[in-house]
Design a protein around this ligand. Structure first.
Ligand SMILES: [Zn+2]
Length: 183
């Protein structure tokens, strides 16, 4: 348990999730302990998906560009928290995903969703294999070319919601791969 001051303009559920995740950070011997994190929250409701950016240096800043899907907002908040916790020097290596996946699971995001969302990075698939999600990684490896082609749509502001929805269905506020059992 560490004391981390989190300031910013994210919705209260997101501020709570960030505070909790950073306070619970299971990182020992860090040379630059997390002390204060500033969150900048931008809404972009025309888009389904979110993206984010985290700076560790010189100050810790998490920027969230929030799309319309609440589930995707939770995913991006946790993804950016992991950057803040383990340090940007790790990028998206296996350590990153070994830390992130249990957090996503704890927040109730399914492996089918979060592995798909992080699958741009090969290490995300490797760690998913380690966790036994081999049916998911098999499918994502088979569709790798299409995935990479469409990745900008998943992550950048150039996609309309309808573009992003091809092959996916909206259940409540959640976006799920077609064929995924209803929740
Ligand atoms: Zn990232």
């Amino acid at each position: 348990m560490q004391q981390v001051e989190v300031v910013g303009d994210a919705p209260s559920w997101a501020m709570r999730l960030i505070r909790q995740t950073l306070a619970d950070a299971d990182v020992e011997d860090i040379q630059n302990p997390l002390q204060r994190v500033t969150v900048e929250w931008n809404n972009r409701p025309r888009y389904l998906h979110s993206d984010g950016l985290t700076y560790n240096d010189p100050k810790d800043v998490i920027v969230i560009n929030a799309g319309g899907s609440h589930k995707d907002q939770v995913w991006v908040v946790l993804h950016e928290c992991v950057h803040a916790i383990i340090g940007c020097g790790h990028g998206h290596d296996k350590w990153f995903f070994r830390y992130a996946y249990p957090l996503y699971l704890k927040a109730g995001i399914t492996p089918a969703y979060f592995v798909w969302r992080d699958a741009y990075y090969v290490a995300a698939l490797d760690v998913a294999d380690e966790m036994g999600y081999t049916r998911i990684t098999g499918r994502l490896r088979n569709m790798r070319e299409r995935y990479l082609r469409n990745f900008r749509k998943y992550s950048k502001e150039n996609a309309q919601v309808e573009d992003d929805m091809k092959g996916f269905k909206l259940v409540g506020k959640l976006v799920l791969p077609q064929g995924y059992p209803d929740v």
